[in-house]
Design a protein around this ligand. Structure first.
Ligand code: AMP
Length: 143
């Protein structure tokens, strides 16, 4: 199971914001779209960073409500870790666990092809394991 398959099922829709937007605007976007992170992109569509709900909570915890007026660029993570369409569910899950984040943009030929969350990864990993178990049970039953 790889990222290309997951994106073919969930779609390649990516919600993004711009670096000059405020954290309040980003929080409203996350809430209205029911998501946990947005890609921060420049005028030409290049990826400048990623901002997750955790970044917003951290900023408010540190600076109080005033943080909501601060720009996204101040709180985003600029060094974005990405996956490729052929990256497997196991590889992405390992990276998310080791690096402690829950969102992975997928880049295909230099283009943003979609974003996969830890929820997607866990769902498809469980599916993989169940398929393996079913095959093993059938094999044992007919051995
Ligand atoms: P999350 O667990 O995705 O809410 O994010 C936790 C932290 O990791 C936040 O500071 C995010 O900005 C950052 N982050 C999330 N996804 C990525 C990613 N793919 N690459 C780098 N940093 C990320």
């Amino acid at each position: 199971m790889n990222m290309a398959f997951i994106l073919s099922v969930k779609g390649s829709d990516v919600v993004s914001t711009q670096p000059h937007r405020t954290l309040a605007e980003a929080a409203a976007l996350l809430a209205s779209r029911g998501i946990g992170a947005v890609i921060v992109s420049g005028g030409d569509g290049e990826i400048l960073g990623i901002l997750s709900e955790r970044d917003i909570v951290r900023a408010i915890g540190r600076d109080g409500a005033a943080a909501l007026g601060e720009p996204v660029s101040r709180h985003m993570t600029a060094r974005v870790v990405t996956a490729r369409p052929e990256s497997t569910v196991e590889q992405v899950m390992d990276q998310m666990t080791a690096l402690r984040f829950r969102h992975m943009p997928v880049i295909d030929n230099g283009r943003l092809a979609g974003i996969v969350s830890i929820g997607d990864v866990v769902k498809w990993r469980v599916e993989d394991i169940e398929t393996e178990h079913r095959a093993m049970r059938e094999y044992i039953a007919h051995a």
